[in-house]
Design a protein around this ligand. Sequence first.
Ligand SMILES: C[S@@+](CC[C@H](N)C(=O)[O-])C[C@H]1O[C@@H](n2cnc3c(N)ncnc32)[C@H](O)[C@@H]1O
Length: 228
Amino acid sequence: MGRGPLLSADPLRDHKRAVLDADSVREAYRRWAGVYDAVFGGVSAPGRRRAVEAVNGLPGTRVLEVGVGTGLALPKYRRDKRVVGVDLSREMLEKARDRVAGERLSHVEGLLEMDAESMAFADASFDIAVAMFTASVVPDAKRLFAEMSRVVRPGGHLLFVNHFSAQDGPRWWVERAMAPLARVLGWHPDFATTDLLDGTAIVEAIEPCAPIGLFTLVRVRNGAAGGD
Ligand SMILES: C[S@@+](CC[C@H](N)C(=O)[O-])C[C@H]1O[C@@H](n2cnc3c(N)ncnc32)[C@H](O)[C@@H]1O
């Protein structure tokens, strides 16, 4: 059993993995919406804070947040960023809309029910796209990556914060044992960086986040042309 680097291909992917389609995502997050902030808000807060700090430090104002969920990140963006959020789940978006109205988040320009794997935005509409705890949820993470790349201008930035599966050890076994439960959970416990990134991605940094490196921030430069 090799201890490959984070980006190495995983030769041990012969375990059963449940398929997550758009309907199972909608169904899972219809159930999670009412309790999402209480159950996941705390443990995921440091990773979310880290990702938004990274967004706030980047050039460009047009920000797309895919899988915006209940909008936990929205109050944390710098007010000169213009933020659009998309999500598949109507119930999660309702929570996000309540947050925007309740906290008067005027930098949030839109919250749209939309599939992040096939978005209605023109090419190069954004400077930055960020997916927080969403890449392991979407049915096809490589399609998500390609679509985020399309709607961000060349030289812009794509950011992902996520739990990525362990390479070996007890956590590796637990994550693989949980893999068939993806439809119930609403995410893939065995999600690996190789599920998201192929060899052509311009990865600028892979940074472990608190707590105890459970989450990882991946920073990608979009395409080769242009940029700040
Ligand atoms: C684990 S939640 C993360 C929510 C939020 N980003 C956060 O930091 O709390 C994942 C979200 O991704 C959304 N999602 C999953 N697949 C999607 C897709 N293909 N297009 C848009 N949203 C999607 C789900 O509905 C859910 O709201």
